[in-house]
Design a protein around this ligand. Structure first.
Ligand code: PLP
Length: 349
């Protein structure tokens, strides 16, 4: 076995490519708090136009983007409907409740990652002084690497709209969803990204995940919505000054790194195929760039030893009994094959 190393912990671990670094270096800069950074302005216009919104706001993280979104849609004492496993509920420190007094109404996911329409409908509260005001549905796509079916997204967002709720998409990996959806429809990823985004009143997109930029997300919505989000971003300390270099990296990613997400999806499948049939491993077929592998039966007790073996052989992943492998810009076929070989060696010995 080679002494190669491969980092499959997350698609956030990528290094900017030489082309991206050159774009960052060349970016014209200004003070974005005075709305005077041409590179930030250009990025905001580009992503808004791409997804079909009036305006966009560049923010340092996806967490801040979701926070600005929920607090712009909701007032104190309002409620947002969200999945139990959604990043905006589970992995963001409860920020909407802490900073906005906005109460989450979490729902369990179905096997395909969706929230059932029946559950959503039942969670919308009547206008009654006993209840928090149902104000927003927040979906996530992809969720744990799963593509929500477009027909479902259309039905869920139409359902809540009819009850007067707003719709927010945590599209940290919107372009992974779009590339996977394009493979199904035969259309192109940009068209599919827009088709998904247009079901929502606001969409958050991460540049720092599969798109391979070092930092940044964008929140898209109407002009009035983005004006409110801008105020929240200021309160959250997210007003950045000469941020154009970071915006230029994100802009470069939109130009060069969308279609190549298909390579990451193919590598996740390659990993899954390589691990198929190992006794003690249950491999979930990946839909995009995230692969989950459960340890079953006796293999469960070997979890710590397996993780040590992986670490000793340069393979980084997360999880304990449910391992997560994420493919990205800095993983190639040789890296994926190395991970497979290391895992196979463990179970053969
Ligand atoms: C990564 C991620 C975010 C935002 O994460 P940050 O680390 O704050 O940029 C939000 N939602 C989802 C689904 C994510 O995967």
């Amino acid at each position: 076995m080679t002494n190669r190393s491969v980092d499959l912990r997350s698609d956030t671990v990528t290094q900017p490519t030489p082309g991206m670094r050159a774009a960052m270096q060349a970016a014209p800069l200004g003070d974005d708090v005075f709305a005077g950074d041409p590179s930030v302005n250009a990025l905001q216009e580009k992503i808004a136009a791409m997804l079909g919104f009036e305006a966009a706001l560049f923010v340092p993280t996806g967490t801040q983007s979701n926070l600005c979104a929920v607090l712009s849609h909701c007032q104190r004492g309002d409620e947002y409907i969200v999945g139990q496993m959604a990043h905006a509920y589970r992995w963001e420190g409860g920020g909407a409740a802490v900073f906005g007094s906005v109460q989450p109404q979490p729902l369990n996911h179905q096997a395909d990652g969706s929230l059932s329409l029946t559950d959503i409908e039942a969670a919308i509260k009547p206008d009654d002084a006993h209840f928090a005001r149902s104000r927003l549905l927040a979906l996530e796509n992809t969720l744990g690497g799963k593509l929500l079916p477009l027909a479902y997204v259309q039905a869920a967002t139409a359902l809540v709209k009819a009850s007067g709720l707003n719709r927010h998409l945590d599209g940290a990996r919107l372009f992974n969803a779009a590339v996977a959806q394009a493979a199904q429809t035969g259309s192109d990823a940009r068209t599919e990204a827009r088709r998904i985004a247009q079901c929502f009143d606001s969409v958050s997109v991460c540049f720092s995940k599969g798109l391979g930029a070092p930092i940044g997300s964008a929140l898209c919505g109407s002009k009035a919505f983005i004006a409110r989000a801008h105020r929240i971003r200021k309160m959250a300390g997210g007003g950045m000054r000469q941020a154009g270099g970071l915006a230029a990296a994100a802009s470069y990613a939109l130009d060069h790194h969308i279609d190549r997400l298909a390579d990451d999806h193919a590598l996740a499948s390659r990993l899954a195929d390589g691990l198929a049939g190992i006794e003690g491993l249950q491999v979930e077929a990946p839909q995009t760039n995230i692969l989950f592998v459960d340890l079953t039966g006796a293999a469960k007790s070997q979890s710590a030893a397996l993780l040590k073996h992986l670490g000793d052989h340069g393979v980084q992943a997360t999880g304990l009994y449910r391992l997560r492998f994420v493919t990205h810009l800095d993983v190639d076929a040789a890296g994926a094959d190395h991970a497979v070989a290391v895992i196979r060696q463990f179970f053969n010995s």
